[in-house]
Design a protein around this ligand. Structure first.
Ligand code: SAH
Length: 196
């Protein structure tokens, strides 16, 4: 599994746009992320994590693909930004319960199988503090499938998968910026708060 993700980074993958996702920069400018610690799950080469760190958050980024983490670490050094980048599996995270105030997910959830989805939701809930927030960007069923890409996710699936452990604040239509779309792919941005 991790080796196939590592293979994706042998060239520049379509999601690796060299800048943060506009959906996440807006979350910061709108003040939706709580001050404090943030975890970027499936952080890739780190643009969203680096952006949060530059905006005052204490950031950890994890990804299964070690080439992606190496690139992310190099960017952090070059830009003189402090992010704790680690090779790790989001399905079994090595952080204490309640450690993070926010978890962000740019294109990870939509890669999981039906079996892995509840495992992931459990891990995100576990590492989030009371009232901690999860923000997720995933492709929606409105995005055409003719170019391939990851699973498309419906609003119903998001609600069904997260609502046992989270209050869903919103599931909004958004765009997922990629290297192969002019205006981005059709996506959902979800905001969810861990239930206490
Ligand atoms: N968030 C990044 C990358 C999105 S692509 C961005 O927006 O650019 C999905 C990423 O999730 C890939 O980098 C892949 O290596 C990583 N990934 C896939 N399964 C994972 C898992 N179980 N744990 C951690 N990372 C995973």
């Amino acid at each position: 599994m991790s080796s196939s993700w590592e293979d994706m980074y042998k060239s520049t993958p379509p999601w690796d746009i060299g800048k943060p996702q506009p959906a996440f920069t807006r979350l910061v400018s709108d003040g939706e992320l709580r001050k404090g610690r943030a975890l970027d799950v499936g952080c890739g080469t780190g643009e969203n994590a680096l952006f949060l760190a530059q905006n005052g958050y204490l950031v950890t980024g994890v990804d299964l693909a070690s080439p992606a983490i190496q690139t992310a670490k190099a960017k952090a050094r070059e830009r003189n930004v402090n992010v704790d980048f680690q090779v790790a599996n989001a399905l079994s995270l090595d952080f204490e319960d309640g450690y993070f105030d926010n978890v962000i997910d740019s294109g990870l959830f939509h890669t999981f199988s039906d079996e892995d989805r509840p495992v992931f939701v459990g891990e995100v809930a576990r590492v989030l503090a009371k009232e901690g927030n999860y923000f997720m960007l995933c492709f929606s069923e409105k995005e055409p499938t003719n170019w391939g890409g990851p699973r498309r996710v419906t609003e119903w699936e998001i609600r069904a998968t997260f609502s046992q452990l989270f209050r869903i604040n919103y599931v909004k239509e958004e765009f997922f910026a990629t290297r192969i779309h002019e205006k981005g792919g059709r996506a959902y941005l979800t905001s969810a708060t861990k239930l206490s």
